[in-house]
Design a protein around this ligand. Structure first.
Ligand code: SF4
Length: 328
């Protein structure tokens, strides 16, 4: 592989002609970038619209834990939670206007993002998902949730919607190490993720896992064990980012007191590339970096220049002449 097409999901840098190629490797990419996949699948750029259905989380309301994950402030993750309360149709209209102004884009995936978007009875979930796919510009659904929050009737509902539209279900796995899940007050262990994945198989939706690199106490070997488990689990896509810190969280106190140190940029880039080398070439890579709006952000500051980090990841892949799945 001697050429590299930039794969920055938030830019216009993807060469449209590259989507005529059969595989991402033929197209000169070094990992299976979600932006490239969406262009290939839909024939045009597709953008996700963050939607807030005003769910809470069993990790916040005391059902499994109180206080939430130590790094969590949903306003920092999700543009929709920073907006005034609107119904789903209004949020879509508003998001479409905003994203059309910002990008040359005409079709969208409705992304139920903040908190736990399966944390309600099926009778409440159905009309929310329905409103989203009813919009003529929406080509698919993406549902962010916890692996311990998908009862069988909810799985059946997700399967039903997957039969009607393109659909992805994102499970917050974060790591395979229970000591780290306990550290972040996650309220579930890795067996919950395995269970959710097994029950999701064959239902017609993409299974996506969230992974965090740079958790305190995790060695490089620990993080590579998570990569090996992602490879073993035979899922469809992964979202990876470094542990970053936003204000008004327990993590912010830990960072300020020096109890937790966040990964340096070069260490993250190296670790991420090591991770990519160990996951199969048919796993979509939806994200390789995390960030939050500056007004919420504590650190590490290098995350705020997302474009530069994405370029540095590409450069590291080229420098090492490596690619996703190379070590498998
Ligand atoms: S499970 Fe998600 S929404 Fe709930 S506290 Fe953790 S990060 Fe926040």
């Amino acid at each position: 592989m001697n050429s590299l097409t930039r794969v920055n999901i938030s830019s216009e840098e993807i060469d449209l002609s590259s989507t005529a190629k059969t595989t991402w490797r033929d197209a000169g990419l070094r990992y299976y970038a979600y932006s490239w996949y969406l262009r290939k699948r839909f024939g045009e750029r597709i953008q996700k619209i963050s939607l807030d259905a005003k769910f809470t989380c069993p990790n916040v309301d005391g059902t499994v834990a109180k206080g939430g994950c130590t790094f969590c402030d949903n306003r920092s993750f999700s543009p929709s939670r920073r907006e005034p309360i609107r119904d789903i149709t209004d949020q879509l209209a508003n998001g479409i206007t905003r994203l059309k102004r910002r990008y040359k884009v005409d079709r969208f995936i409705a992304y139920f993002q903040p908190a736990t978007n399966t944390y309600a009875p099926v009778d409440r979930l159905r009309p929310l998902y329905e409103q989203a796919i009813d919009h003529e510009k929406v080509v698919g659904l993406s549902i962010g949730t916890r692996p311990d929050c998908v009862a069988e009737d909810v799985m059946d509902l997700l399967q039903e919607f997957a039969g009607r539209t393109f659909m992805s279900v994102e499970y917050g796995m974060q790591t395979i190490h229970n000591k780290s899940l306990d550290w972040m007050n996650r309220g579930h262990h890795h067996d919950a993720t395995i269970d959710a994945i097994e029950r999701s198989r064959g239902r017609g939706f993409e299974i996506c896992l969230h992974v965090i690199l740079g958790l305190p106490g995790e060695t490089h070997e620990d993080m590579m064990a998570t990569a090996a488990e992602v490879a073993r689990l035979n899922i469809d896509s992964v979202k990876i980012h470094n542990l970053y810190c936003v204000k008004n969280t327990k993590l912010a106190d830990q960072v300020q007191s020096g109890e937790v140190t966040l990964m340096e940029r070069q260490e993250y880039i190296k670790t991420l590339v090591d991770f990519l080398e160990r996951i199969p070439s048919d796993v979509l890579v939806e994200r390789t970096i995390g960030d939050a709006p500056p007004q919420f952000f504590v650190g590490p500051s290098w995350c705020l220049d997302k474009s530069a980090v994405l370029r540095a990841i590409d450069d590291e892949l080229v420098r090492r002449d490596t690619w996703q799945g190379k070590l498998l």
